[in-house]
Ligand binder design. Structure first.
Ligand SMILES: Cc1cc2nc3c(=O)[nH]c(=O)nc-3n(C[C@H](O)[C@H](O)[C@H](O)COP(=O)(O)O)c2cc1C
Length: 267
């Protein structure tokens, strides 16, 4: 009898523990999922080494990725991606991560963050919105609140990767900063070249941190400008959606050696 009683007590105790764990974890998770960070100025983590791959491996693995999981981008990773785009690398001269003709720095960088697009810490997300990156302070400044991914994708000829990525980076240019020194050559050559430098930095750092991106150049300038809320003198140049790739990039240096060898033997 006593044995049956003790089995019964341990059974009831187990049931209570299971109920406790279920009610404390699941609903708690869903509540935390909805928590967003409300601040208008987000101080980003200081830039530091976060990846464990070399620049050669990042170049090898860089691919235009258009298919993402629904995992968010971690804020410390976003911080490093933004720094690689336009962050300061020489505090004395205020030179930046990407070269610029005459250090005129015509480019601006924005983040279009979707709902649960940027994870700040366990269960806490950046408020969905459009943010401008301030390279000197290394902060994100909220420009506009809301999830603008749908609108941005429509402006980009309905490219679904812009709609589905947790975030997109938008690079814009204030041509005048460069043309007042270099004239037409600044507009036709230097500024577009600089966008390419920044785009490649974003590609490589995103790749090194386990994300994928694609440089999107096909969009209606006026629509993107109105979504971001740009002044008349600022032109959108690239949209770069970023997310965790559904499929890993499989290329290896060994594959390349075989390819080069075969090309050398050639037809
Ligand atoms: C200036 C430029 C504009 C591009 N525009 C788009 C675009 O609008 N949509 C897109 O899906 N890919 C776009 N791409 C990505 C190219 O399609 C891609 O780089 C090319 O297919 C080679 O693939 P890889 O980047 O994986 O090497 C663009 C690339 C560049 C350099």
């Amino acid at each position: 009898m006593r044995r049956i009683l003790s089995i019964l007590i341990s059974l009831i105790a187990s049931i209570i523990i299971v109920i406790y764990v279920v009610t404390l974890t699941n609903p708690h998770e869903s509540v935390r999922e909805q928590v967003v960070i409300e601040e208008h100025v987000i101080e980003l983590q200081y830039p530091r080494v976060l990846s464990n791959i070399t620049v050669e491996e990042a170049i090898l693995k860089r691919r235009s990725i258009r298919d993402y999981t629904d995992q968010p981008v971690l804020i410390e990773h976003l911080s490093l991606i933004l720094w690689s785009a336009q962050g300061i690398t020489d505090p004395r001269l205020k030179f930046r991560a990407a070269p610029s003709a005459g250090a005129t720095y015509p480019l601006e960088v924005y983040v279009v963050a979707g709902v649960r697009g940027v994870l700040i810490r366990d269960g806490y997300y950046l408020k969905p919105g459009i943010y401008r990156y301030d390279p000197l302070k290394h902060v994100l400044v909220l420009v506009k609140e809301g999830d603008f991914r749908d609108q941005l994708a429509s402006a980009a000829l309905d490219q679904k990767w812009v709609r589905e990525a947790p975030i997109s980076i938008v690079i814009t240019a204030v041509f005048e900063r460069t043309t007042r020194i270099y004239g037409e050559r600044g507009a036709s050559r230097y500024v577009p070249m600089e966008v390419g430098h920044v785009g490649e930095n974003i590609y490589l750092v995103a790749t090194a941190l386990g994300y994928g991106t694609v440089a999107v150049g096909a969009f209606y300038d006026n629509e993107v400008a109105s979504i971001i809320g740009l002044e008349a003198e600022e032109t959108p140049m690239y949209i770069m959606p970023i997310g965790v790739p559904k499929q890993p990039v499989k290329t290896s240096f060994e594959d390349l050696w075989v390819f080069i060898e075969e090309s050398r033997r050639g037809p």
